[in-house]
Design a binder for this molecule. Structure first.
Ligand code: UD1
Length: 429
């Protein structure tokens, strides 16, 4: 199994183009099930997760074609008809978000059998809110041997749904089902992450009627059918934030392009408070830091958008390991999302985790060591730490990284990082 080797200490200087957002791309791909016409997605990231979903969609009847367009990678998705409404365990378990094919399958065919999801092992991550929303829209749902079996004998009906708390996945799932439901659906306490706005706008381009986009109340008037569209995937704010933190950690000056500064407002505020220079540009930000000066410790608490993203918590923790003072990091979205802390400690960090909180006491320097990626975002925090650690850091289980970061080593080495992929002879068990 591959590992990543990093020789720390190099400053980062240069430019990194941000890819399309993984978390948007996979929902947009699922949306293609809602129409018999082709959906062309541009600015597509090429990732393990998009490949998994492509495999699943092909089983369901979608022709998935990856191609190089004038503006980079694109994916053409075309589902003339659903040939199977079964999403099997072996495909769904690899990525939690593939569960979101349930709603579109129900909307298009009136029945579906979808395995309960797997995905990152961060907390319990149930799908009860997804199922409640679909039930409110008239779906009859049974759970059998790890599968959700759903039917809509009278079709999907518009409903008023108030989520008990904000869920990105449940909001998107309800939206995907409501666009073809009969009547009006109101989603209250909806998540308003930018990827949901991206999905809602793409669905609108396909002919859906959605009001309240980017707010916490979405009003969807069902339509009889949707058509195809051309849609450019929104830039990946988590990739953007990860490279911004990497530049701050290693020191130097990096320009992040093909994105939008407002996608990382909450992170930028915290980075500036810590002493990093973050300057917005027309298509991104410039991140600058003098490595000779220590950063200041600042506290963060993860929140739903527009708050500080949970998907950037591990990266920010890495940054705080060498800041001056104590930083308190609260994780409010997921339980058990500090699995990176013991690995950062192996690199010399001083971190104490208790319940949903980590206290990071800044140390003058980290030292390279062997560490292991535990989940997607945690793994990039180890890369970030390794960039600044003295000596060599070797990261195992990099399959987590390839799920969500496109050409990571290439993008970082282009800015001067000493990072490479090591192919192991011996398999891990
Ligand atoms: C999405 C993102 C993930 C990000 C997260 C929060 C994708 C593919 N993934 O995950 O990267 O970290 O949003 O920004 O877009 N919950 C329930 N019942 C449910 C659904 C969720 O209890 O039915 C809980 C979860 O366990 C979690 C919280 O609600 O504690 C938030 O989860 P949610 O917003 O749904 O995250 P995901 O959509 O899974």
């Amino acid at each position: 199994m591959d590992r990543i080797a990093i020789e720390g200490g190099a400053r980062l200087e240069g430019e990194i183009a941000i890819s399309g957002a993984k978390n948007s791309a996979i929902k947009l791909m699922a949306a293609s099930l809602l129409t018999s016409e082709p959906l062309r997605l541009t600015n597509m990231p090429r990732l393990a997760d998009t490949r998994f979903l492509g495999q699943l969609l092909s089983r369901l009847g979608t022709e998935v074609q990856e191609q190089d367009g004038p503006d980079g990678p694109e994916t053409l998705l075309h589902t003339p008809e659903i040939i199977s409404a079964i999403a099997p365990y072996d495909l769904v378990r690899q990525m939690r978000a593939s569960f979101n094919v349930l709603g579109p399958l129900l909307a298009r065919t009136g029945e579906a059998k979808v395995s309960l999801p797997g995905g990152c092992t961060i907390g319990a991550r149930p799908v009860d809110l997804h199922l409640q929303a679909l039930t409110a829209m008239g779906a009859e749902i049974e759970l059998e041997e790890g599968y959700v079996i759903a039917r809509t004998p009278h079709g999907l009906k518009g409903a008023e749904i108030e989520f008990p708390f904000v869920s990105v996945g449940a909001t998107e799932h309800a939206l995907l089902a409501a666009v073809l439901a009969d009547g009006t659906t109101v989603l209250r306490k909806a998540a308003r992450e930018p990827e949901i706005g991206d999905l809602a706008r793409c669905l609108t381009a396909m002919g859906a009627r959605i009001e309240g986009v980017d707010t916490d109340e979405l009003v969807i008037t069902g339509v009889g059918s949707l058509g195809g569209a051309n849609w450019s995937v929104i830039p990946d704010r988590i990739e953007m934030g990860s490279y911004a933190v990497a530049a701050a950690m290693a020191g130097g000056e990096v320009r992040l392009t093909k994105t939008r500064p407002e996608l990382m407002t909450a992170l930028a505020e915290k980075m500036i408070e810590a002493g990093v220079e973050v300057t917005p540009t027309t298509d991104g930000v410039i991140v600058k830091r003098d490595p000779a000066r220590r950063l200041r410790a600042v506290d963060v608490a993860t929140e739903v958008y527009p708050g500080f993203a949970t998907d950037l918590q591990a990266q920010f923790m890495a940054l705080m390991t060498t800041a001056e003072g104590d930083s308190v990091i609260h994780e409010n979205i997921f339980e058990n999302r500090f699995m990176h802390a013991p690995e950062l400690i192996r690199l010399g960090a001083d971190i104490h985790v208790q319940a949903g909180e980590a206290v990071v006491r800044g140390v003058p320097a980290l030292h390279g060591a062997q560490v292991m990626a535990t989940d997607l975002r945690a793994s990039v925090s180890l890369v970030i730490a390794g960039l600044a650690a003295e000596g060599e850091t070797m990261i195992g289980r990099v399959y987590h990284l390839v799920r969500g970061f496109e050409r990571l080593e290439e993008k970082l080495s282009a800015c001067g990082a000493d990072i490479r992929r090591v192919r192991d002879e011996v398999h891990e068990h």
